[in-house]
Design a protein. Structure first.
Length: 274
């Protein structure tokens, strides 16, 4: 009787309810521990391959930029691929070119220093020999320039050196022989026209004056093979020809230690030292 009554009070569970209880118990256990480790490993591998891909893409991009740069520099569309013998040769040549550029820059710095030293020596010479106002020096893109006023050297409209001018040129020669470089002697006039039988224009006058100065220097002992003579007439004025004082400034002889000549001399010395 008691068992019958208990059975009535607690009926046996239905089959569906038993299955749900079993699934719930399995769900509570969760996935095995090794699954998490495996998932981490797969993630790390994926990240590693992504990094390899990205690095390879960057190197290809660098080589592409190098090729474009070489095309521009060499003026050719045929640039060998990376990793080939031709590619290595191109890179080697590029390195040699960079080295050459560095050497050229070094020579340029030496030339600039030498130009400044020449200008400094001339300034000191002018001061010691009391030539201020007659001789001046400056430097520009041409080189070191010694300027002598025509008032010191010539009479108006003439190209024959005066007695005082001859003395000044002998002093200048003592200065020039200190430097073993080629020089250019330039003749300049103002814009006042001249028409004589000997000098039909300022071209002839400026060239004759420069030639006369060169002749005087050679007679003093300056090597003639180191001299060049040029006449520029009125076409390279220092100041506008708007006053008598400005025109006097433009009438001049310039003795130029050109940067190109100094550079060539220094390059020859460097080659002899190798």
């Amino acid at each position: 009787m008691a068992k019958a009554e208990a059975a009535k009070k607690d009926p046996p569970p239905a089959p569906q309810e038993e299955e749900e209880e079993e699934e719930a118990e399995e769900g509570e256990e969760g996935a095995p521990a090794w699954v998490m480790t495996f998932a981490d490993l797969v993630t790390l591998l994926m990240v590693f391959f992504i990094l390899l891909f990205a690095m390879g893409t960057i190197e290809d991009e660098k080589w592409r930029l190098i090729k474009e740069s070489l095309k521009t520099a060499l003026g050719t569309d045929v640039i060998p691929e990376s990793g080939t013998r031709e590619g290595l040769d191109v890179i080697k040549n590029k390195l040699l070119e960079d080295k050459t550029i560095h050497a050229v820059d070094e020579v340029g710095a030496m030339v600039a220093k030498e130009v400044e030293e020449i200008a400094s020596e001339v300034e000191e010479f002018v001061y010691k020999n009391k030539l201020a106002g007659q001789v001046e020096v400056n430097s520009d893109e041409r080189g070191a320039i010694i300027t002598i006023s025509d008032l010191v050297l010539f009479r108006p409209g003439q190209a024959r050196v005066t007695f005082e001018g001859d003395k000044t040129l002998k002093q200048i020669f003592d200065l020039l022989k200190q430097f073993n470089y080629n020089v250019t002697i330039e003749g300049h006039t103002d814009n006042t026209p001249i028409r004589t039988e000997r000098y039909p224009s300022n071209w002839e006058l400026s060239a004759s004056r420069a030639s006369e100065v060169a002749r005087k220097l050679v007679s003093s002992g300056f090597p003639p093979n180191k001299l060049t003579v040029e006449g520029f007439a009125e076409y390279r004025p220092k100041v506008p020809n708007t006053s008598a004082q400005n025109r006097a400034t433009n009438r001049r002889i310039e003795i130029v230690y050109q940067r190109g000549s100094i550079r060539k001399h220094m390059v020859d010395i460097l080659r002899q030292g190798r």
